[in-house]
Design a protein around this ligand. Structure first.
Ligand SMILES: [Zn+2]
Length: 252
């Protein structure tokens, strides 16, 4: 019989929870280590819609990237996904910054998606793994590379500040990576991340960095497939569902 703790221990071996940032809340957030698990659902966010789908599919455990509880709670009321998970006895584990930094996690997946070679970690204040960089197999015109980013991440749109005619060296940071713009500018031609503000685009173009915002959802959701595959391989007797969240941002 597989219990929540077996999956927690496996994740802890592969993506150690003690590598998370101090401010993070990765780990078992809801539930019971001793509950039996027959079905797991993997998703970026435990949204209202995804929790409904999980309940319909008799899910025992949800694994998310973004922690469902982050800031202190003052209430947990009906219709809140947290309320429904507790009520339905569904446990929830989040792998957040430990997954970002993992050699199998968000940024590692992004380097594979763009087929980067000679991949290195940027040394940041937070340590290694938050930003990875490497070389494309062939030099691409900037516009072509932006199309490639859009296509490979299944992003509805990318926004970018133009700085290079041709792109060969690329850095990646899934989620909000604006803090590292200056550090990567000396190392690469293009930086793929998300949540970029106007003045950051302006700054990037002035320091000669093609800065590409491919959306928070698209730069992270892409790593949920590989995570569900890891669980499916490690627990062949457990049904692993990959529930795709809805990008909360719509584009017209
Ligand atoms: Zn994120």
């Amino acid at each position: 019989m597989i219990r929540v703790k077996d999956i927690y221990n496996y994740l802890n071996r592969e993506i150690p929870f003690d590598t998370q940032e101090k401010w993070d809340n990765s780990g078992l957030i809801i539930g019971n280590m001793y509950t039996e698990v027959k079905t797991v659902a993997v998703m970026l966010d435990a949204t209202v819609e995804n929790v409904e789908k999980a309940i319909k599919n008799n899910v025992d455990l949800i694994v998310t990237h973004h922690p469902i509880i982050f800031d202190p709670l003052k209430s947990v009321l009906k219709d809140d996904p947290i309320y429904n998970l507790v009520k339905q006895n569904i446990s929830l584990i989040s792998v957040h910054t430990n997954w970002d930094k993992s050699e199998k996690g968000v940024n590692a997946v992004l380097t594979k998606v763009f087929e980067l070679t000679d991949v290195k970690d940027l040394e940041t204040e937070e340590g290694k793994g938050f930003v990875k960089y490497g070389t494309l197999s062939s030099t691409e015109p900037e516009g072509v590379f932006c199309e490639l980013v859009k296509e490979r991440l299944k992003a509805p749109i990318v926004k970018y500040s133009s700085a290079h005619e041709a792109i060969r060296r690329v850095a990646v940071c899934g989620g909000a990576g604006a803090d590292y713009i200056d550090e990567v500018a000396d190392l690469v031609d293009a930086y793929v991340t998300s949540d970029i503000k106007y003045h950051q685009f302006l700054h990037a173009s002035e320091i000669g960095l093609t800065l590409i915002d491919a959306g928070h959802f698209s730069t992270e959701d892409i790593s949920m497939g590989p995570l569900s595959l890891m669980l499916a391989q490690a627990f062949p007797d457990v049904k692993v569902l990959r529930l795709r969240s809805q990008d909360p941002v719509s584009y017209k």
